[in-house]
Design a binder for this molecule. Structure first.
Ligand SMILES: [Zn+2]
Length: 244
C-alpha cells in the first residue's frame, strides 16, 4: 500500500521562537540573520545591533546553521513568514497569520514583564517604551491585562496612559475603570461590560487571513477578532471553517 507523504510540522514552540527572532529585524534583515539569532551567533555586527538580547537568541544553539536555515525556510514555505525585496536584498517580513501569532505572543511577553515588576516591587520611571508600538498589539496586551481581573496592574496602566496617544489612552482608561469597578458593580453587569471591552480590544489585522479548511478544503477568512482563537498557550490558528 502506498503511504501518503506526511506533512512535516514544526512544534509550536519552534514556530514561536522563529517568529520572535524575526520580529526584531522585520524589513531590515534576511533569513540568514534570523537564523543567526536563533543559532546564537557571536558575530560582532549582530551583537552590536543588540540582537543578543532577543528572547529567541540561541534558541537553536544545539543545531547546525544549515538545520536552522531549513526551519526558517519552512516558515516561509508554510506562510508564517515572507520575504520582500529591499533594494537587491530579500528582507524577512511577517505574513498576516504570522503577525497574528506574534502580536499575541508579544502581548504575553509584556504581561510577563509586568508580573516581574509587580513581584519585585519595581515601578518604572515611565512607560515611554510602550508608545509607538504597534497599536493592534498594544490593545491586545490591554485585553490580556483586562482579562486577569487584577487591580495590581492599575498603577502601571496609569503611568502608561501618561505617555501614549489619545486612542490608546482612552482604551487604558476603559480597562482601569472596569478593574476598579469589579467589587462595586453588579457582577453580571460587570461581566457584560468587561466582555464588550474585551471584544473592542481585538483589532482586526490589516490584511485578512485566508486559510484552507482541513475538513472541506474550502477557503475561509479570519481577521484576528475571533476571541476563541486566543488561548493561554497563544493564538490558535483555526483549522476548520465555520460550516464544518
Ligand atoms: Zn469547512
Amino acid at each position: 500500500m502506498r503511504k501518503k507523504k506526511k506533512r512535516v510540522m514544526l512544534p509550536n514552540e519552534e514556530i514561536y521562537a522563529i517568529l520572535r527572532a524575526a520580529d526584531d529585524i522585520i524589513g531590515e534583515g534576511g533569513r540568514t540573520l534570523v537564523s543567526k539569532i536563533l543559532k546564537g551567533s557571536k558575530e560582532k555586527k549582530l551583537l552590536e545591533l543588540g540582537l543578543g538580547q532577543n528572547p529567541a537568541y540561541g534558541f537553536f544553539a544545539e543545531r547546525t546553521m544549515e538545520e536552522v536555515m531549513e526551519k526558517v525556510d519552512w516558515m516561509i514555505q508554510e506562510g508564517f513568514l515572507d520575504t520582500e525585496m529591499s533594494g537587491r536584498l530579500p528582507m524577512i517580513v511577517f505574513t498576516p497569520i504570522g503577525w497574528l501569532i506574534e502580536r499575541d505572543r508579544r502581548g504575553s511577553e509584556l504581561l510577563d514583564q509586568w508580573d516581574v515588576w509587580v513581584r519585585n516591587g519595581i515601578t518604572p520611571l515611565n512607560m515611554i517604551d510602550l508608545k509607538d508600538c504597534n497599536r493592534g498589539m498594544m490593545l491586545l496586551f490591554l485585553r490580556k491585562v483586562l482579562l486577569t481581573n487584577d487591580e495590581k496592574y492599575i498603577p502601571f496602566l496609569k503611568k502608561w496612559a501618561e505617555v501614549d496617544y489619545k486612542k490608546v489612552r482612552d482604551a487604558i482608561a476603559g480597562v482601569v475603570q472596569i478593574l476598579e469597578q469589579q467589587d462595586v458593580q453588579d457582577p453580571l453587569e460587570w461581566e457584560m461590560k468587561k466582555g464588550e471591552l474585551a471584544q473592542e480590544l481585538l483589532v482586526p489585522s490589516k490584511d485578512p487571513v485566508i486559510l484552507a479548511c482541513h475538513e472541506c478544503g474550502m477557503p475561509f477568512v479570519i481577521n484576528g477578532t475571533e476571541p476563541e482563537n486566543y488561548t493561554e498557550d497563544g493564538f490558535q490558528v483555526p483549522v476548520m471553517c465555520n460550516r464544518c
